[in-house]
Ligand binder design. Sequence first.
Ligand code: UDP
Length: 328
Amino acid sequence: MNPRANILVTGGAGYIGAHACKALAQSGYTPVAFDNLVYGHAAAVKWGPLEKGDLADRRALEAVFEKYRPAAVMHFAAYAYVGESVQDPAKYYRNNAVGSLNLLDAMRAFEVDQLVFSSTCATYGEPERIPITEDHPQNPINPYGATKRMIEQALRDYAQAYGLRAVALRYFNAAGADPEGEIGEDHDPETHLIPLVLDAAAGSRPHITVFGDDYDTPDGTCIRDYIHVTDLADAHLRALDFLSDQPGFHAFNLGNGRGFSVQEVIEAARRVTGKAIPVQMGPRRPGDPPRLVGDAQAAKSRLHWEQRLGDLSKIIETAWRWRQREGR
Ligand code: UDP
């Protein structure tokens, strides 16, 4: 692919999408962010144009393809609140599933045949074995995971029928911020552990509530696989390279390969920030499996992806630095 090519990045104003835009620009591509700015931030779009639009608006989508003639698409735009997806599944099926199908139609109309899709470990549902490999059964337990799995299936079918080339990247827990402090995690509402722990460290929240300490894990709190967002972004670039000579549909896990408990995250945050972090024990959050850890060997061997910022302290340190730079 022409290294100066335009790459359409749906959700390019969001947390992971913005980090991918930076990685694309560093490799010489022009990232074109397409984002409805419902959850994304215009200020996070720094490495290429921002086109404000919604995947539901097929005309707007086609106009962007017409204007930029992208060589490939990275598709991040999606709603991603698991709890909300249970309360309001229509919102998730419409935005995440129908929106993605609109995007695939536009790609076909403009003969763009390469896609990197932001998928999730939530497509696996309750893990039957740990670490989770890509051949683990996909039985999502919430509509968010179901919409992502549906689109993976569509990509498989479109690859077979229309010659689409697609890589689905199944992320575990994205965390951290750009090591140069240019972008970071800023969700509203915030539900993720690390930013909430850092809020408690900074005093903008009174404490962090630990959702359950009676799980069958060494310290009783849930174990998750936290992966640095810059490492995630880098994997998207590798996936783009991979697609240049690999037809068909492919799925890869992106995780740390290591799990950290909620308690370990809080302790690491205390060390990194030097702050006291008040903790309150709370009940379990419905739908939380005790342990989720991914096996990312396939991404390492086939995409030649390497994790550079896997250390939990590094993840927390970059998030903390960005937060402080933002003056929060
Ligand atoms: N968690 C917690 N308190 C919070 C938010 C999260 O104890 O205020 C726990 C949650 O139960 C899970 C882990 O932290 O075990 C990571 O949760 P997060 O929402 O960040 O990501 P998820 O694993 O749900 O994708």
